[in-house]
Design a binder for this molecule. Sequence first.
Ligand SMILES: Cc1ncc(COP(=O)(O)O)c(C=O)c1O
Length: 418
Amino acid sequence: MTVSDPDRKAAIIDRFRRHVSSGKADFFESVGVDFIFGRREGPFVWDATNGKRLINCHCNGGVFNLGHRHPDVIAALQESLTTSDIGNHHLVSENRALLAEQMARLLPGDLTYTVFAAGGGEAIDLALKLARGATGRQTIISAGGGYHGHTGLALSTGDAQYRDPFGPNPPGFVQVPFNDPKALAEAMDGTTAAVIFETVPATYGTPIPAPGFYPFVRDLCDRHGALMIIDEVQTGLGRTGRLWGIEHYGTVPDILVIGKGLSGGIYPMAATCFGVQLESFFHDKPFIHISTFGGAEVGCPVAMQVLAISSQPQFLEHVNLLASVFRDGFERLQSKHPEILAGLRQLGLMMGIEMVNETCGPVLSKTLYDNGILSVYANNNTAVSQLLPPLIIDADLAREIVERVDAGLAAAKQMMEL
Ligand SMILES: Cc1ncc(COP(=O)(O)O)c(C=O)c1O
């Protein structure tokens, strides 16, 4: 048991405020969240200074799909560290080749090539560069409220609040409402290089697209000669109950982007995956895109272990079983808390707690924290609170999470006088 040490907590927060981010330190103080990650294991994290335990239902958007410090993932890195390091990003690499081959086996359709990145934004940037380079067109269409990262081109596809302070958006970026076939059809023309969507946009509050949406997007892209880019940074690797979220829609994109969970929570790894036809763009200019840390050799075995675990049929069956526990639990909660709870947005364990107004998300994040759950509200739709438990929890812990959400909703109702 950790002995409570408030002086240590204060010292850590002070050091963070002085040298990392004064704004974040002030923000978390203002909302009464002073948690500092200490010991971590499976679905749990403990405060480093007082031992408070949280169930991690934030999971950094999927980084901890396999929980914290999964023993097989740790073993893969330990083994890799005995012989390997970053490697050389220009030369032919056995580790990168093996990982990319495994991805080719597991990805839908004929997405047989992978370029690696150190983070999701970087991988999205490459997807957008490739779309422009390969089509010779400029226009990129994305969803209002969507999120693809805070790097260069990815930033331009996202919400204005994150880019306005840095000057006008470069030309060629157009946004349409998500899951709106008519608006998309009207926006597309012969200048469209690509359409990019998150399969289920988490930051926009987990709206689940209609079954026909992605087949429609696919058809529209084909008719206009545009590329379909699907961002599976959050929805990939089993989160939705299938290995890739887009599989629910029976559609194969031209470019699929993976991040977060591919790291196993241990070694950063992201990927931009595409077919042989698009790979031909790089054939004469293989050094036109460079990433020093992308596909670092020491991390490749980690990603291979993640893929091996996440693609097992039993693993995906388990995700679907847990999804039904949450579905049933939230049905019950909805009849108990109709004043605040509007419903559960759900595709497998990609879940958003939909509430009645935009104050609810931030309030519920706090009351869930007080009830032992780490979670965040959806920044671009604050009526929704994201609920992303690790995929490795058991059914009892899923039921416990529902009970804690029950208490969190009751406390939120009281605070908001609903
Ligand atoms: C859907 C989606 N795409 C891309 C990114 C960017 O990933 P990264 O933060 O690793 O750059 C994120 C990060 O939250 C994301 O949620």
